[in-house]
Design a protein around this ligand. Structure first.
Ligand SMILES: Cc1cc2nc3c(=O)[nH]c(=O)nc-3n(C[C@H](O)[C@H](O)[C@H](O)COP(=O)(O)OP(=O)(O)OC[C@H]3O[C@@H](n4cnc5c(N)ncnc54)[C@H](O)[C@@H]3O)c2cc1C
Length: 387
């Protein structure tokens, strides 16, 4: 027998929708006006950073006991979605704050949590995540970055590639091999590395197709000494922690993709109602209407999938691995398609930087690549199906 409570399972709560309104207001007023300049100048979105700190949308996932606002997984997705709707680069601030700090939240000791989470919650620093290496992208277990035990502490050497907010963040969760002769995947440990640690430097900023406001740099470790209390979780558990983190944070990349696609659809809808050709609004052509309907339909399917995955992330459901990969993969493919179609709907104007659509199309592409490419997401899903 169905009850009203059953139906409530299929809609977001009033609190979640009030949150969306609040984030949208901040995004429209304080982030959107700078998005084109941030992209053109390939500069850090400092205005967005400051607005996110001031509104408590900077690292909303941090639990209340560590001075955060303790947003649930769906609320965090809504924050990222609404920021991405106007500026994908800026949405990487809350997204990567969760990615970098989630290993600490999931597996850090009480001391590590108490040291590193409050400064993040207060907006004093961003938190980055160092897993990928030049020669170990999809194949993370083949990483070479090495931490050698030295007395009570560790000495870190090697490099990490493609690290978001590198140079901006004070804190980095870094994965390194601690037992070179140990079993593949079971020989890696997670550490927190601080920007001020001696021997820790950064590569040049990558020049990218999109998300140009989000700095991406290499991390270089030249015999960086880490005290023993920098370990996150147990020695040898690093890769497990890193992959479990991604199960949760792939959902947030799905949310980012949904936001980018929604931003593009909103822009396209406004344009087709104004633009006239052959004596009519182009919105009155059925060929255009069918495109709009497909864009909205696929976008809504992606959003529902992300929200279901977010609920699974919050509850820690066993099938999160499948749903996190599916939500990220599906939503990012939809974002690429919707932004490409949105450019098409504006014709020549869509191809110019007078409108934000070409930026949104460039920004959408990264969602198919990072936190595991969409080929890797399909491998993850297939592994779950076949096990
Ligand atoms: C802008 C940006 C920001 C990033 N931020 C971070 C970050 O903050 N932290 C971090 O740790 N990493 C980050 N990354 C790294 C990102 O996660 C990797 O680029 C990604 O996982 C792919 O690795 P790769 O680039 O080495 O590609 P490769 O692994 O070399 O893949 C190349 C191609 O081969 C395909 N491929 C590989 N293996 C298989 C397979 N088994 N079956 C089928 N196809 C396969 C891939 O799908 C891809 O199409 C970022 C990357 C970018 C571009």
């Amino acid at each position: 027998m169905s009850t009203n409570a059953d139906f409530d399972l299929f809609r977001t709560s009033e609190d979640h929708e009030a949150l969306r309104e609040a984030v949208r207001a901040v995004a429209e007023d304080k982030i959107a006006p700078y998005a084109a300049a941030v992209d053109a100048e390939a500069r850090y979105p400092q205005e967005a950073h400051d607005a996110l700190v001031a509104s408590d949308f900077f690292a909303p996932h941090v639990p209340e006991e560590y001075d955060g606002v303790g947003a649930d997984a769906l609320a965090t997705c809504i924050v990222i979605e609404e920021v991405a709707r106007v500026d994908a680069s800026a949405s990487l601030i809350p997204a990567v704050n969760k990615l970098g700090s989630l290993p600490v939240i999931l597996d850090g000791s009480d001391e590590v949590k108490a040291r590193y989470l409050p400064p993040l919650a207060k907006g004093e620093t961003t938190f980055s995540y160092g897993l990928s290496e030049r020669e170990a992208g999809s194949d993370t277990a083949s990483m070479r970055c090495r931490a050698r035990q030295d007395g009570d502490g560790w000495v870190l050497s090697g490099q990490k590639s493609w690290i978001t907010n590198a140079g901006v963040s004070e804190y980095y969760t870094v994965l390194a091999v601690t037992d070179p002769d140990g079993p593949r995947g079971g020989n890696v440990t997670a550490f927190v590395v601080e920007k001020s640690d001696e021997g820790f430097t950064f590569g040049e900023k990558e020049r990218k197709l999109g998300i140009k406001g989000s700095p991406t740099r290499e991390l270089h470790f030249d015999n960086v000494r880490l005290p023993g209390d920098r370990i996150v979780g147990q020695v040898g558990d690093g890769l497990k922690i890193a992959l479990r983190t991604l199960d949760h944070t792939r959902v947030t990349i799905g949310a980012q993709a949904v936001g980018i696609a929604q931003g593009a659809l909103d822009q396209a809808l406004a344009y087709v109602k104004e633009r006239k050709q052959f004596g009519k609004r182009i919105a009155d052509f059925q060929g255009i209407q069918f495109m709009l309907a497909d864009m909205a339909m696929e976008l809504e399917a992606a959003r529902q999938m992300v929200y279901v995955a977010a609920a699974k992330s919050e509850r820690g459901d066993k099938d999160l691995t499948f749903f996190g990969a599916a939500a990220k993969c599906y939503a990012s493919d939809v974002a690429m398609k919707v932004t490409t179609d949105a450019v098409q709907l504006l014709g020549g104007a869509g191809y110019t930087s007078d409108f934000p659509l070409e930026r949104m199309m460039r920004d959408a592409k990264i969602t198919q690549i990072y936190e595991g490419t969409n080929q890797v997401q399909r491998l993850v899903m297939a592994r779950q199906l076949l096990k």
